[in-house]
Design a protein around this ligand. Structure first.
Ligand code: HEM
Length: 503
């Protein structure tokens, strides 16, 4: 009994000393922020785990109360002044991704999670050619074919008196595109061919991704959980079964490519695995050693995770708001019909990108879907000063698209979907500085050209084909996000469905 009392007292004293240290003596003690955020990681955990990814929703209030430099966790500072974006996220920045955060996924060798800038640069150079604009333009026909499948499905559903779950259909486009584009023509997951558009993947991602918040406060839990035997994982979460099956398929694909490379067999179109395994390219980048099969499976799933919700959210946000505001629908259709009077004409990306109203709709969609809603944490390589606050080397500094895309100087009435914001060229040039859905610099989104191709084709083809679509039983209040690094809809939100109006 006495021992228990000693231990409890020791713990109390230790906690009190730690709180005093973190609040008053820590090198970030001078940075303003909520009291509990500065003394414990549990504060952020509470908002992100218990309150379902909602920490980000407090940032505007913090900004009003504490100013442009806010301590949002014991060792993390959020910057809200847009002028710092190019310092943190530029081609030449020395700031690097925070390993304590980016290694939580367990896929430390995947391009997304490599934290050291030099290592990342070499690795990314192997992948860049696959995702260049040129490469995307060569695959435009493939992307178009996926979009057309979704449009045919809407047509058929409406003829049968059914609604189409467009939010899931858009995600199916992005999953089918990335699996075919990156892993090979015969490797498409074909979610568009499924009655439910393969929503299990969205449900699984939504269930799995938040565990990173748990690992952030209980880091020792990560390795045992990620090394969990398959039979146990199946028991704990039956949704994992689908993922494990796809992992097996991906593993076999990777092994096949390894065989191709070893025997010098050239495929019709190379996949990202060919790029990663190309001995000459890896040597040219000064990389030693060949990635393992597991490294490449991790890479594949990194791409899948990065591609699906992000592009799905952007397409959903655009399409929902076009249908929600009949004036926007009318103006967008008028532009598309004028540019492509014959509905059977092929609508090419290069032509679509020149349409001002379509482009404005897409920019608003990207603005309000936020890309990655979580602040992107970077480590300060040396002591730095922001708005008069000196932060020591090793401080984690982050900025958030949520605040950039709602900045009052640029976007008054930020929740309003207003394509007109972008129609004046001079004003649009100014606004571009605040629009960062793909982030910027050395760690910007490698998939940006592919994603833009998907969004342009999906929105343009959808609204050129249908002049009578309606959103069914859904409102703007349903298109809010929970922050699980990527942005997910709340579980109880109504989903975006459409149907053609009866004539
Ligand atoms: C509208 C759609 C998309 C948005 C808004 C988006 C947004 C972003 C953002 C903000 C980042 C930076 C993340 C960070 O710093 O932690 C990122 C990185 C990344 N994205 Fe995307 N993304 C989209 C689509 C895609 C697609 C289609 C792919 C597939 C090719 C992709 C692959 C990646 C990869 C691999 C990275 C890591 C890049 C690196 O660290 O070098 N994304 N994306």
């Amino acid at each position: 009994m006495a021992y228990a009392a000693y231990i409890a007292t020791a713990l109390l004293v230790w906690t009190a000393c730690r709180i005093v240290y973190l609040r008053h003596l820590h090198p970030l003690a001078h940075v303003p922020g909520p009291f509990w955020a500065s003394v414990t990681e549990l504060y952020r955990f509470y908002h992100d785990w218990i309150q379902n990814g909602t920490y980000y929703r407090h940032f505007e209030a913090y900004q009003a109360r504490y100013g442009p430099v806010i301590r949002i966790a014991p060792n993390e500072v959020l910057l809200t002044d847009p002028c710092h974006y190019d310092t943190l996220y530029s081609m030449t920045t020395d700031f690097y991704k925070d390993p304590a955060f980016y290694h939580l996924s367990g896929a430390e060798t995947a391009v997304f999670a490599i934290t050291h800038n030099k290592d990342h640069q070499r690795h990314r150079a192997l992948l860049n050619p696959f995702f260049s604009r040129r490469s995307v333009l060569q695959q435009e026909g493939m992307v178009r074919s996926k979009v057309l499948r979704l449009l045919n499905r809407i047509q058929q559903d409406s003829q049968r008196g059914l609604t189409t779950e467009l939010w899931a259909g858009f995600r199916a486009i992005s999953v089918d595109v990335i699996t075919e584009y990156a892993f090979g023509a015969d490797r498409c997951w074909d979610f568009l061919g499924r009655e439910d558009f393969g929503v299990w993947y969205n449900h699984l991602a939504r269930a799995v991704v938040p565990t990173m918040y748990l690992f952030r406060v209980v880091p020792w839990l990560r390795r045992p959980m990620q090394a969990m035997p398959v039979w146990l994982a199946r028991r704990l979460n039956p949704m994992v079964v689908g993922m494990l099956e796809f992992m097996d398929v991906t593993r076999r694909d990777v092994e096949r490519v390894v065989g191709d490379v070893e025997h010098d067999r050239k495929p019709e179109r190379e996949t990202i695995f060919h790029g990663l395994l190309d001995p000459e390219a890896t040597k040219a980048q000064g990389l030693v050693g060949v990635p393992t099969v597991q490294n490449m499976v991790d890479e594949a799933f990194g791409f899948l995770g990065a591609a699906s919700e992000t592009a799905g959210n952007a397409m959903t946000m655009c399409a929902f708001h076009v249908l929600y505001d009949r004036e926007i629908y009318k103006r967008l259709r008028a532009e598309l019909v004028q540019a492509f009077p014959d509905p059977t004409t092929q609508m090419d990306l290069l032509a679509l990108e020149k349409l001002p109203y379509l482009t404005a709709v897409i920019k608003e969609g990207l603005r309000l879907s936020y890309g990655v809603i979580h602040p992107l944490p970077r480590v300060a390589p040396k002591a730095v000063e922001f708005n008069g606050y000196v932060l020591p080397e090793g401080t984690v500094v982050s900025m958030s698209a949520w605040l950039m895309h709602r900045h009052p100087d640029a976007f008054p009435d930020p929740d309003r979907f207003d394509p007109d914001r972008w129609l004046d060229a001079g004003r649009a040039f100014y606004l571009e500085k605040f629009l960062v859905p793909f982030s910027k610099g050395n760690r910007n989104c490698i998939g940006q050209p592919l994603a833009m191709c998907e969004v342009y084709l999906a929105i343009a083809l959808l609204f050129r084909r249908f002049d009578d679509l309606e959103a069914i039983d859904v409102g703007p209040e349903d298109l809010v996000y929970e922050d699980y690094f990527g942005a997910f809809y709340p579980k109880d939100a109504r989903k975006f469905k459409v149907m053609r109006r009866e004539r």
